[in-house]
Design a protein around this ligand. Structure first.
Ligand SMILES: NC(=O)c1ccc[n+]([C@@H]2O[C@H](COP(=O)([O-])OP(=O)(O)OC[C@H]3O[C@@H](n4cnc5c(N)ncnc54)[C@H](OP(=O)(O)O)[C@@H]3O)[C@@H](O)[C@H]2O)c1
Length: 176
């Protein structure tokens, strides 16, 4: 099992729009499986995210993770959370639950930056995958608002995606 943080970033370095949405939602090519996510999810069996990232799914038109077990880091269980979603306020206890449920597949750490930093600081983040979107938004949240700028990265691969985005995969180096 690997823990793979993967998120979309605008060409000017923001991981949200000015009003707090993941920037891929305003990309004209956005849809189920877009931005290379269908390929990426082939090795994944679980989704891990912070409560802030999770909550909009409760009012979305369709459940975003139909094929994944969902784990949420947060201090309370948001109203309407489906019974099969695991919520815990302790990052290490939540990780133990993910490991206990694991059948060999990878974990998509969706974000946000706060939750990515939490698992990086625990030394369990295996990769950081960025999908750089071909547009600018001018303001929003940066990955390094929370993620340590000391995070060591080693290039693994890159590929162009439909719609002009570029996927860049980095291995996260163990911190000293
Ligand atoms: N660009 C992308 O692809 C992408 C992907 C995902 C998210 N996003 C964006 O990222 C933004 C949210 O990021 P965020 O960093 O503010 O929030 P987040 O990581 O989604 O959630 C933060 C929450 O997770 C819990 N948490 C995180 N670390 C913890 C720790 N060490 N111990 C206990 N609980 C912990 C806390 O929940 P409690 O408050 O309940 O205690 C905290 O408030 C959203 O605007 C979203 O749109 C973008």
């Amino acid at each position: 099992m690997q823990i793979l943080a993967r998120l979309c970033m605008t060409a000017d370095g923001y991981v949200t729009t000015p009003d707090g949405w993941p920037p891929q939602v305003i990309d004209p090519v956005h849809g189920p499986g877009s931005h290379g996510i269908a390929d990426f999810l082939k090795t994944c069996e679980a989704a891990l995210m912070g409560r802030t990232t999770f909550e909009p799914a409760l009012t979305a038109d369709r459940w975003p993770w139909p094929d994944l077990e969902v784990f949420v880091l947060g201090s309370h269980r948001p109203e309407g959370t489906p019974d099969d979603v695991t919520v815990d306020d302790d990052p290490e206890r939540l990780l133990a639950k993910i490991r206990a449920a694991n059948r060999g597949g990878d974990v998509h750490l969706i974000g946000g930056p706060g939750t990515i930093e939490t698992y990086r600081a625990l030394g369990v983040l295996d990769k950081l995958e960025l999908v750089v979107l071909p547009f600018l938004v001018g303001s929003g949240m940066r990955l390094t608002d929370s993620l340590s700028s000391q995070t060591g990265l080693e290039f693994e691969s890159s590929r162009p995606l439909d719609g002009g985005a570029v996927e860049i995969v980095y291995r996260v180096l163990p911190h000293h």
